[in-house]
Write a protein that binds this ligand. Structure first.
Ligand code: WAQ
Ligand code: MG
Length: 257
C-alpha cells in the first residue's frame, strides 16, 4: 500500500499473506492509509502480486534490546556507537543521522523508502533519493503474527508497528551485504527507533523530539557490494519469518542507557 496527499508521501506498508487473508489484510491497509496521523490520503495504491511458496526465504527475528535514553542527543550518540561496533564508519553513521534528521529526500522531505549508505565512505548509493529502496514481499506466518502482537502489546508497545519493524529488520539483516540498519519513524508522535545489526534489534528512545514529522531508514552497505542484486533481494525476494527467536524474553527488559 502506498498513500499520498497532493503528491507527497504519507504512508506505505507491505504484507506477505496467504490467499485466505487477502481480503481482510487489503481492507486493513486501506484503513491505515485513510486514518494516518500524518494526514488524510487523497490517493491510495494497493498492489497485489502472487508469490510462489517455493520462492520463500524463511528467517527468524533478531534478538531485541530496549534502551531508554535521557534525550535525543544521547540516544543518537548511542546509535552511532552501535553502528560503529557493527563496522560502520563514524562519519557514515553521522551522515545518516543528519540526513534522517533533516529530511533525506530532495527538498528536505521524507523518503518513501530507505537510503543505501556505503558503510565506509558514508556516500549515498540509492538511485532515487526520493523513493529510496523499498523493502517489500515480507511477512510473518499468520499464527506467529498473532503470537508476536500479543507479546508486543503485553510489553506496552504498539503491536503492529513494532512487529512490522522487527520483520523488516529481519529481512534486511538476512542480506550479507548489509552491515546495519538505522531507523526512526516519520510519525510525529512516535519517538522510538532502532539500530539493527549483528542479529540484534536495539530499540532506542527517544531518537527524535515530539511533533517532528521527519524520519526514515538507512541501510549501511558493505563497500563494493553488488547494488543491483542487493536491491532486487530487498524489493522482490519473498521473505517469511517462521521463528520468533528470543523476542518474548527480550522484550520485557528495558534498560536505561
Ligand atoms: N522499506 C524501506 N523503507 C521504509 C519502508 C520499507 N518497506 N517502510 C518505511 N520505510 C521508511 C520510510 O522512509 C519511512 O518514512 C520511514 O522508514 C519510517 O516508516 O521498536 O514506524 O512506518 O518501537 O513510520 C521503528 C521503531 C518504527 C519500532 C518505525 O516506521 C519500535 C516506523 P514508519
Ligand atoms: Mg510512518
Amino acid at each position: 500500500m502506498h498513500a499520498s496527499h497532493i503528491g507527497e508521501h504519507l504512508s506505505g506498508a507491505e504484507q506477505l499473506v496467504s490467499f485466505a487473508e487477502l481480503q481482510t489484510q487489503a481492507v486493513a491497509l486501506l484503513q491505515r492509509a485513510l486514518g494516518h496521523e500524518r494526514g488524510c490520503a487523497d490517493t491510495v495504491h494497493i498492489t497485489i502480486d502472487p508469490v510462489a511458496h517455493s520462492e520463500l526465504v524463511l528467517g527468524r527475528l533478531p534478538a531485541l534490546a530496549n534502551r531508554i535514553c535521557d534525550g535525543v542527543a544521547p540516544a543518537r550518540q548511542l546509535a552511532v556507537r552501535l553502528l560503529e561496533t557493527a563496522g560502520v564508519d563514524c562519519i557514515a553513521a553521522r551522515t545518516a543521522i543528519e540526513a534522517l534528521a533533516c529530511g533525506a529526500a530532495p527538498g528536505q522531505r521524507v523518503m518513501r523508502g530507505a537510503m543505501l549508505i556505503d558503510a565506509s565512505s558514508g556516500v549515498r548509493l540509492e538511485a532515487d533519493q526520493a523513493r529510496g529502496v523499498r523493502v517489500s514481499r515480507l511477512g510473518i506466518a499468520a499464527q506467529l503474527r498473532s503470537e508476536l502482537e500479543v507479546i508486543v502489546s503485553e510489553a506496552g508497545l504498539e503491536a503492529a508497528r513494532v512487529s512490522e519493524a522487527l520483520v523488516l529488520a529481519a529481512k534486511v539483516q538476512y542480506c550479507p551485504d548489509i552491515v546495519a540498519e538505522l531507523c526512526w519513524s516519520d510519525d510525529p508522535s512516535y519517538l522510538s527507533g532502532y539500530v539493527a545489526a549483528q542479529q540484534t534489534y536495539t530499540r532506542l528512545t527517544p531518537l527524535k523530539a515530539t511533533g517532528d514529522p521527519r524520519g526514515g531508514r538507512a541501510f549501511f552497505v558493505r563497500p563494493g557490494a553488488d547494488l543491483g542484486a542487493l536491491t532486487s533481494y530487498l524489493e522482490h525476494s519473498p521473505f517469511l519469518v517462521t521463528d520468533l527467536g528470543t523476542v518474548a524474553e527480550d522484550i520485557r527488559i528495558f534498560s536505561r542507557a
